[in-house]
Design a binder for this molecule. Structure first.
Ligand code: ATP
Ligand code: MG
Length: 276
């Protein structure tokens, strides 16, 4: 579903991505982790064609479509992008219009920024929109201004938009970063449901490794623009996490810097008596 091959990206002398090779099969749910500045968002933006790689450096394909190649975006990137659901922190919903309208714009494969906010929707679009909102649990918010929703509700509205878009791929960049634990679980549960029930391929960047452990069978870890781990999340080791986060791990995992505490023993590879 997603093929990234030999991708490099340099921002004014800083190499943000270094020879990235990443292949994700249909129906996978993958966590992208790494410390701040490791390149997670940059990689996500390359996958959906919001950023182009260095010249002559690799290729991104999604669902058979070439997104970019050798530093040039595909000519019909706008059409292709309508097949990719994105939940990005800075690229989300329009606050001053209703939740339903934001979501319905997804049904038309339109972004509010490109196509203005006017326009009518067919009864089918409205039906689809309300059903999507129902599914993510905020049907009752449909006609509210989007800016009046909580952070978690807005993330769920963004997921609903991907649903009406019928996208097979969902890229979510830190969808739970600013949420309380309950809202974070709700959002992750919703992503998991779409992955399991609809077979949607989900790639989600996460700051909290425990959510990767709980929700994503596969984890890809970036460090200074390089993939340093790609495999079953259960194979992540405390040593790997310490190497990823270093001093930051104290902040992320609590005072005792206890990576061990947030990674269940099953994930650490320590067999329980029952499993042994
Ligand atoms: N538009 C840009 N111009 C210049 N440098 C950039 C730009 N976007 C990203 N970078 C740099 O690329 C590197 C990777 O940034 P990126 O935003 O991908 O990190 P991240 O892993 O998403 O971090 P965070 O966890 O803080 O969101 C950083 O060094 C960042 O400063
Ligand atoms: Mg980021």
């Amino acid at each position: 579903m997603i093929h990234v091959t030999g991708l490099n990206k340099t921002f004014s002398g800083v190499q943000a991505l270094k020879h990235i090779d990443l292949h994700i099969k249909p129906g996978e749910m993958v966590a992208l982790i790494g410390s701040s500045g490791s390149g997670k968002s940059t990689l996500m933006r390359h996958i959906c064609g919001l950023t182009v790689s260095d010249r002559n450096s690799g290729e991104v394909k999604v669902n058979g479509y070439t997104i970019q190649k050798n530093g040039a975006l595909s000519g019909n990137i706008r059409d292709i992008r309508t097949h990719i659901g994105v939940i990005f922190q800075q690229f989300n919903l329009v606050g001053r219009i209703s939740v339903a309208r934001n979501v319905a714009l997804g049904a038309l494969g339109r972004t509010p920024f490109l196509h203005g906010l006017a326009g009518h929707f067919s009864p089918e679009d409205v039906e689809l929109t309300l059903r999507a909102l129902e599914r993510v649990g905020i049907r009752d918010k449909a006609w509210q201004r989007t800016s009046t929703l909580s952070g978690g509700q807005q993330q769920r509205a963004a997921i609903a938009r991907a649903l009406v878009q019928r996208s097979e791929v969902l890229l979510a960049d830190e969808p739970i970063a600013s949420l309380d634990p309950e809202s974070a679980r709700n959002v992750m549960d919703t992503l998991q449901e779409l992955n399991r029930t609809d077979g949607m391929t989900v790639v989600v960047t996460l700051h909290q490794v425990d959510y990767a452990v709980r929700y994503c069978p596969r984890t890809v870890a970036l460090k200074k623009g390089e993939i340093v781990f790609d495999g079953p999340t259960r194979d992540l080791t405390p040593a790997m996490l310490n190497s990823l986060y270093g001093a930051e791990s104290r902040e992320l995992f609590g005072e005792k810097s206890s990576v061990r505490a947030i990674v269940p023993s099953s994930v650490r590879g320590e067999r329980t008596a029952a499993a042994a």
